[in-house]
Design a protein around this ligand. Structure first.
Ligand SMILES: Cc1cc2nc3c(=O)[nH]c(=O)nc-3n(C[C@H](O)[C@H](O)[C@H](O)COP(=O)(O)OP(=O)(O)OC[C@H]3O[C@@H](n4cnc5c(N)ncnc54)[C@H](O)[C@@H]3O)c2cc1C
Ligand code: FES
Length: 419
């Protein structure tokens, strides 16, 4: 064989090798692309391929029991170094079976508190997420004491093991679809960890195992709760990817030992750590985080019905924007609409800038009882004598016919409210 022939053979062999590598790389890319498409199609219930759907509000959920049921506090456990977060384990007084719930749902408490000034008893309603997976023996809620907070201070300072509390059935539309098999991303910031912790604990029992990405954000080790439990779970389950994020780690705290990421949970962290797959995102945290992270997820290309979220407290602006655009609705309120409060004998022109009828009533000095201010507890339910309202989000509370929830609604037409 001549040198020329040998060189020719070597070049041909090299080209063949390169072509083979390129073909394998292309095949792998193609496989992951079709896998992505198949998963999307499966989750949407379409065999042919993914077809975008108009977002539909979930149907109402039937409560497991009506009105309040008595629960005894079996245990009270301090969860953090600062002593500002406590868990309460609750068992039913009637000793009847404890119904299951959907991980992510909350309990509504009807509390009787003594007014510090008048010493008169005042009823107060607050919602707290169930923070553990469903158990046969108990429900667990985990409560952060907020400064000057009436209900949270009551729980921390007054409620002890043996005390009896009035509790409404688990409710809420922010819950994990435990029948799903696709990968999930659970994001909890601060006390917003509670519903996603319930989701995490429940989803680890699913078979086949589901890929779970869990991001938990706090300032530092003073605030963190359930860290040992989370680390233990991550050790036991290699399909769980845990990111404990400290926004202000102390000098003694070491990255990789005490926490995984320095900084807040944001879209950059998610983009850097998540593989390219159609994950379902479940997010719960303070309003500022929700107001940036949720739009950032959408801007990243995550479809609306893959983003599930809940904010504790007043329904946030993000929610308003989301439900309106998702429903394809235009804001129908206008400066000409009027709201009449028949019991108070007052009428005012509706202000476009008001975020809810509750806020609007309060701004005009009309006292309306409220609890969650997020459509969950039913405290602000008010008879609607005439007109129509439009909701920012589906009410979680059991809505009686002819009534409306002022905290999550705005007028659609001129209104007369019995308030
Ligand atoms: C669906 C849902 C689930 C929830 N889950 C949880 C959970 O798992 N864990 C949890 O800890 N919380 C949870 N929350 C929040 C909880 O329901 C309460 O909102 C929270 O505990 C605060 O209630 P509070 O009565 O202690 O505070 P409030 O008395 O209602 O006060 C709220 C805030 O207003 C401030 N404030 C009150 N009075 C004044 C005043 N006169 N002047 C100035 N500021 C004032 C307080 O400092 C406080 O920051 C959830 C809420 C919802 C809607
Ligand atoms: S205040 Fe709870 S539903 Fe309106």
């Amino acid at each position: 064989m001549t040198t020329l022939q040998l060189t020719f053979l070597i070049v041909v062999a090299l080209i063949a090798q390169l072509a083979m590598f390129a073909a394998i790389a292309f095949y792998r890319q193609w496989q992951s692309f079709t896998d992505l498409k198949r998963q999307l199609a499966e989750w949407e219930g379409h065999q042919e391929g993914y077809v975008p759907q108009e977002r539909k509000l979930p149907p109402p959920i039937k409560p497991l029991w009506l009105e309040c049921r008595e629960f005894q506090v079996q245990r009270k456990v301090v969860e953090d170094r600062n002593h500002t977060v406590c868990s309460f384990y609750l068992i039913p007084m009637d000793e009847k079976p404890l119904p299951s719930f959907k991980p992510g749902q909350y309990l509504t408490f009807q509390l009787d508190l003594e007014d510090a000034d008048t010493r008169a008893s005042k009823s107060l309603v607050r919602c707290y997420s169930l923070s553990d997976e469903p158990h046969l023996e108990y429900y667990r809620v985990t409560i952060k004491k907020v400064s000057a907070g009436k209900a949270s201070s009551f729980f921390h300072d007054k409620v002890q093991a043996g005390d009896i509390l009035q509790v409404k059935a688990p409710a809420g539309h922010f819950y994990l679809d435990t029948a799903g098999t696709g990968p999930i991303v659970l994001i909890g910031s601060g006390i917003g960890i509670t519903p996603v912790l319930s989701m995490l604990n429940a989803s680890l029992h699913q078979t086949p195992p589901r890929e779970i990405w869990f991001y938990y954000g706090v300032r530092n080790g003073e605030e963190v709760i359930m860290k040992e439990h989370l680390n233990q779970l991550a050790k036991q389950h290699n399909h769980l990817h845990l990111y404990i994020c400290y926004s202000q780690p102390t000098e003694q705290e070491v990255k990789g030992v005490d926490y995984h990421h320095a900084g807040r949970i944001d879209i950059t962290l998610l983009r850097l750590t998540l593989p390219l797959k159609p994950h379902h995102f479940y997010v719960c945290g303070p309003k500022p985080m929700m107001e940036t992270l949720v739009p950032d997820l959408r801007a990243w290309g995550v479809l609306d019905h893959y983003i599930h979220y809940e904010a504790f407290g007043p329904a946030s602006l993000t929610k308003h924007e989301k439900s309106r655009s998702a429903l394809g609705e235009e804001a129908t309120t206008s400066a000409e609409l009027t709201v009449t409060f028949s019991k108070s004998g007052k009428m005012f022109p509706w202000k476009k800038t008001a975020t809810s009828l509750l806020e609007f009533a309060e701004d005009h000095g009309i006292a309306i009882d409220s609890g969650c201010r997020a459509g969950s507890c039913g405290t602000c339910m008010t008879p609607l004598e005439s007109g129509e309202v439009e909701y920012h989000q589906r009410p979680d509370a059991d809505l009686k016919p002819g009534n409306c929830l002022l905290c999550i609604s705005v007028p659609k037409t001129n209104l007369t409210l019995k308030a």
